[in-house]
Design a protein around this ligand. Sequence first.
Ligand code: ATP
Length: 503
Amino acid sequence: QEDKFKSVISHAKEYGYVFQSSEIYDGLSAVYDYAQNGVELKKNIREYWWKAMVQMNENIVGLDSAIFMHPTTWKASGHVDAFSDPLIDNKDSKKRYRADVLIEDYVGKLDTKIEKEVKKAAKRFGDSFDKAQFLETNPRVLGYKEKGNAILKRMGQSLEKEDLADVKALIEELAIACPLSGSKNWTDVKQFNLMFGTKLGASAESAMDLYLRPETAQGIFVNFLNVQKTGRMKIPFGIAQTGKAFRNEIVARQFIFRMREFEQMEMQFFIKPGTQQEWYKHWKDARLKWHLSLGMGEDNYRFHDHEKLAHYADAAADIEFRFPFGFKELEGIHSRTDFDLKAHEKHSGKKLQFFDHEENKSYVPYVLETSIGLDRMFLAVFSNSLQEEELENGTTRTVLKLPSVLAPTKAAILPLVKKDGLPEVARKIVEDLKWDFAVSYDEKDAVGRRYRRQDANGTPFCITVDHDTLEDNSVTIRHRDTMEQKRVPISELKSIIEEEVSM
Ligand code: ATP
């Protein structure tokens, strides 16, 4: 699995999808740039989301609010006081860790240790070896595992102040169980705010402290009434937006899974209080359907329903995806009650209410939220699509089986040879198709190598122009996934491609 993840990262670089930011200066950790193909894939995912959320729903409209917001926003949202990660420093190595990630690491190491012990014992005892029984005789290691998992589970929800001492004690125990040099000397666990601060204004005295937004949602909440009034929206209705968010993640690892600058796609759905159960269910279903519509395999998704809820929520679930490093959160669906709008009412002194003509009264709507990381979705799509295939002739091919609607390039047009007028015909096909699709022209190397290059690039169709084309205006169209080749008239190319790639 680790190898798979490494090959995902190197393939993303080699084929112009994702680069480390500021690479010539040795990079900036947990910040990435999307290259020529990556930017197209990312744009296509964003559009696929936007179409499903905004275009297809009469009662959902879009918004593009600013990254900078009035600082009081973050008091009202709770981010100033509570948006933090539990951190612990190792006094010997002077290294800082996110406590939950550290525990997860240790638990993983213990797992490996247990596996090794099991293998050794199995060898020693031969046929008479009973694994289950053996594990029961190692209560110490099992005990750590159990405790570790229990705390991890609690952390998955939200960590309370009284848990912090527990966490420290557990880390100390685990560090001893997994011998690591110099890991006995730990500080207390502290919580650090994750927002990036900056300043607005020229002079030091008059400057105002600002934060880079850590989520896009607050831009929607503060515009709730503006949109409702000017769009003459009736409850229930939604506001959707995509945009950058920033978090000073302490342990930012796993490539674009956890970044310091990332993009979110969020939708807040404003509803009548009391109807939240039904809308929660509706949006859980709708969002899972959206994922499944990409055809990346039902088995790769699961819901994780939160048992312990944040103080503002009355229901919350994650859609988890099977990443190369296991099932992890991809999207969150939260029933947030009237927490956000009420908090903004309180801090701004402005009423944020909806007048319900049917009921003849005003109320603060409840909110149902769907929130997905665009970069995380990118990683899900990219890692799931990258495959090494054994072919019948014993060779292997690397193929990026991106859902065709998302592929950066829909078709590559290839003249079989660089002479006899074939490049001109191929260019002419490019000129015709580029009005409707992202297409590319490729004439370098033997055609077999070009096929492989396009496979690895994720291009669903290769269209080859050969000498027969000059006679009968037909071309060979080859499909990336099946490698099947068909002879078709040039005039049919558009409809063939359209059928497969239209959103
Ligand atoms: P996590 O538990 O992974 O830190 P979260 O619960 O803090 O995520 P939310 O605040 O609910 O995440 O954000 C909604 C979505 O935004 C997440 O489901 C995820 O897809 C994405 N997201 C959050 N933080 C990051 C990040 N640092 N890098 C990339 N995507 C992120």
